[in-house]
Design a protein around this ligand. Structure first.
Ligand code: ATP
Ligand code: MG
Length: 499
């Protein structure tokens, strides 16, 4: 009897064990493969966004679930798959390596290294698609993320956890602006992710070498899907970058992510959708084009303290055609983000670089993300500049100008000159505050516009040498009162007398 019991027990265990180890995989067959898009028949229980395994160690992503067919995008090379291949479901969605092992690395959207520095060794993996943090999981955007560019930090401030769009025609300095923001995070405990979508390989190589040159690659991850890569990889790139950034954010770190650029991302998605024979809408984009960008950008957040208080700040880039910000994709992304920095070819060609149009640029988080010192000194500058641009337009008609108009024009000219900033020269917050006090109080009066840069540089050096305590106070308190401002005014006067 006991022996029988023992045998029954053994059989039971084996049955249990068998159940645990078995995986049911559904299989289907590819009936067509065009430009990275495959149609599969016979797969009738597959989820949207599920990873599919194709015999021969290839992968695809299920996107279209029809009654008889499943449309999927290939994640491997187009040549390696052909009609007749067997496709299996996996029950998983695409995941990529994440965590500290990725810092300083260049990867493709599937997490494969492209920099020849060997395998990425990590046990941390993260799904490329994941839900955005809920309202309760978020905190208010309240601390500034400095880009080091005076025109932005003073007039269109960006907060940690904000999404600020960089928009402009081709060759207006969009990428440079984003790179400067990355370079400025050096030593500020902010990690960066740069996602290159549909760019030339040579551009990406240049970006990598610039980041190495300014010692910024060590805290940056680059996700690259160049123009030569298939549309599915370009489509996946920003989600991969966000997954990597999220891993850092949920660990309590501050992260900055740049999507360069979402116009090309939309085009890649349009290509896929047309190949999947989805109905096309405005400008031939599919109906869910808004959703692909909103679900991406909603993942940027400032998390609450209970979730370690990390943040993900996004700088998506959009390229416009002939300055048309009312086209389909630009308006979509403008409405998703919390503000935009508008770059203009005209300003760029006039030599005003960064070519920011202050009138059309806004930050909806605004002053809430500025330190007191910056907020107190920057308000008037924006007004002065707007006033100047308006007047400058009139003065072109050759009208007789009165003294006060001339004064406004002169101030505006000096202000414009001082806001010009070369590439790779990010400024410190305290230096910007001093510079803005000079502007605000019109202390440059009488200096030729061409000499403004030299004057400001000399002044900052002089203050560091002779009155370091003034700068130190701004750095520590991040605030400024009337007496500090008066001290700086008298230092400027003293400097002007001695030079
Ligand atoms: P694309 O549309 O090709 O992506 P873009 O808008 O990203 O162009 P960039 O590649 O950043 O523009 O810049 C275009 C050119 O302008 C580059 O040669 C760059 O060196 C120059 N440039 C950008 N910003 C500045 C600046 N602040 N000062 C001087 N030159 C600049
Ligand atoms: Mg660019």
């Amino acid at each position: 009897m006991t022996e029988l019991n023992f045998i029954t027990e053994q059989i039971k265990n084996q049955i249990d064990g068998f159940k645990k180890n078995s995986i049911v995989r559904l299989a289907g067959r590819i009936i067509s493969s065009n430009d990275g898009v495959i149609m599969i028949e016979g797969l009738n229980d597959v989820k949207n966004g599920e990873l599919l395994y194709i015999s021969g160690d290839n992968y695809a992503l299920a996107l279209n679930l029809e009654e008889k067919l499943v449309g999927a995008i290939l994640l491997s090379s187009v040549q390696s798959v052909s009609a007749g291949d067997i496709v299996y479901t996996t029950g998983k969605i695409v995941s990529v390596p994440a965590g500290d092992a990725l810092l300083g690395r260049v990867i493709n959207p599937l997490g494969t290294p492209l920099d020849g520095k060997g395998d990425i060794i990590t046990d941390i993996y993260r799904n490329v698609e994941s839900p955005a943090p809920s309202i309760m999981e978020r905190a208010k955007v309240s601390s500034p993320l400095y880009t080091g560019i005076t025109a932005i930090d003073s007039m269109v401030p960006i907060g940690k956890g904000q999404r600020e769009l960089i928009i402009g025609d081709r060759q207006t300095g969009k990428t440079s602006l984003a790179l400067d923001a990355i370079i400025n995070q050096k030593g500020k405990n902010v990690l960066c992710v740069y996602v290159a979508i549909g760019q030339k390989s040579s551009t990406v190589t240049k970006i990598i070498s610039d980041l190495i040159k300014y010692e910024a690659l060590e805290y940056t991850v680059i996700v690259s899907a160049t123009a030569g890569q298939p549309a599915p990889l370009q489509y996946l790139a920003p989600y991969t970058g966000t997954a990597i950034a999220e891993e850092f954010m949920y660990a309590g770190r501050d992260v900055l992510i740049v999507y360069d650029d979402l116009t090309k991302h939309a085009i890649a998605y349009r290509t896929i959708s047309l190949l999947l024979k989805r109905p096309s809408g405005r400008e031939a984009y599919p109906g869910d084009i808004f959703y692909i960008h909103s679900r991406l950008l909603e993942r940027s957040a400032k998390l609450c303290d209970a979730l370690n208080g990390g943040s993900l700040t996004a700088l998506p880039i959009i390229e416009t055609l002939a300055g048309d910000i009312s086209a389909y994709i630009p308006t979509n992304v403008i409405s998703i983000t919390d503000g935009q920095i508008y770059l203009e070819s005209e300003l760029f060609n006039e030599g005003i670089r960064p070519a920011i149009n202050v009138g059309l640029s806004v930050s909806r988080v605004g002053g809430a993300a500025q330190c007191n010192a910056m907020r107190k000194v920057s308000g008037k500058v924006r007004l002065d500049l707007a006033h100047y641009r308006e007047m400058a337009l009139f003065s072109r008609f050759g009208a007789e100008l009165d003294a006060s108009t001339k004064d406004i024009l002169n101030r505006g000219e000096l202000l414009t000159e001082s806001l010009k900033q070369a590439q790779y020269c990010p400024k410190k917050m305290c230096d910007m505050v001093v510079e803005l006090i000079v502007m605000k109080n019109n202390l440059l009066k009488g200096i030729k516009p061409v000499c403004v840069k030299e004057f400001i540089d000399g002044l900052i050096k002089y203050i560091y040498k002779k009155h370091k305590e003034v700068i130190e106070k701004i750095v520590i308190t991040k605030d400024i009162d009337e007496s500090d401002e008066n001290t700086i005014i008298s230092i400027v006067k003293e400097y002007r007398e001695t030079n």
